[in-house]
Design a protein around this ligand. Sequence first.
Ligand code: FMN
Length: 369
Amino acid sequence: MWPATAAARGLRGILGTQHGLIQAPMAGAGGVALAVAVCEAGGLGSLPCAMLDPPTADAQMREMRALTARPFNVNFFCHTAPDTRAAASAEQQQAWRHVLQPIYQREGVAVPPLTGAPGAGSRTPFDDDMCRVVERHRPAVVSFHFGLPDSALFERVKATGACVMSSATTVAEAVWLAQRGCDVVIAQGVEAGGHRGMFLSSDITTQVGTMALVPQVVDAVDVPVIAAGGIGDARGVAAAFALGASAVQLGTAYLHVAEATITSPHKQALKAATADSTALTNLFSGRPARGVVNRLMREVGPMNTDAPPFPTAGTALVPLKAAGEARGVGDYTSLWAGQGVGLRLPWQHDTAAALTSALVGDVMKTMYM
Ligand SMILES: Cc1cc2nc3c(=O)[nH]c(=O)nc-3n(C[C@H](O)[C@H](O)[C@H](O)COP(=O)(O)O)c2cc1C
């Protein structure tokens, strides 16, 4: 059992896992197979639902229930969707296509039309339909990214009996979440792969690293804190526990395993990446997210003020992404990964079960021997 504080023991009880090890929800990068494997290995598996429509989320939660009797986490985004019909939105999309014009030309692809819709692979915020799915399946844990849904939806989720968690990237966000009744705060350091969960600030220059964020969040809130960002082996887990975290959430480490559903260029990019290979970029969705630097990020980013609001920026990249991936390269593909991408342990284990067991075993040795 690790660690032994009352908060950590309480959290493990709530999460129903023997160990405080959570596989991060990763929209587009892992689904039922990954989450089930982690649950069965004694961690908390997470099912990302941000890129699913309600019927698909419903089917996947049913599948989870059929494949594991263990508790699991389902995860949603709760951003405010932009009004894609507004004139300002069309102007932004035009300006963005103008920035990308030389690349469309170079790749010989047509400029994608302005459809007014966010486009393929888009993310929708948690809403009434999705809440009904949650109410039907009553998962043990429900987590959110980008704040919390409105109070009516939030209360409905709480009424299912779920443990509700959300990401905080600053102490202010952690306090905001705890004050609104969030049961657990996930302190997401700037090292983390994927989207920054930031929702009170949009300034990436002031985002905080895991080492500084976790203890300050622990001091500021009365609820248990999960550490996320840059953790990929027992040293990181032990450090997070020493900082007061009650559990850890790992994303990038689980991208290496067979159950991850990432593209082959993404896998290759992870293999070649080292600690300084990633950057925060808003090019792929409109919100800052950390990924391996690729050609598009070098040419027009990594941050570009013309990228339209989340989640619409990616629509303009669809033909470029397809052209690159057809050649087997990830020049225009989001290659999400955190700064811990070069840690070796995840490489040595092919499956989510093997990685989870190895992590648990190593943490036991690191902390108790
Ligand atoms: C490929 C990828 C996709 C992600 N998608 C989500 C998501 O859908 N929901 C979410 O709450 N967090 C998402 N995250 C962020 C993770 O929850 C977590 O904060 C992060 O992975 C921790 O840092 P690490 O990658 O260094 O382990 C994603 C991370 C990655 C790497």
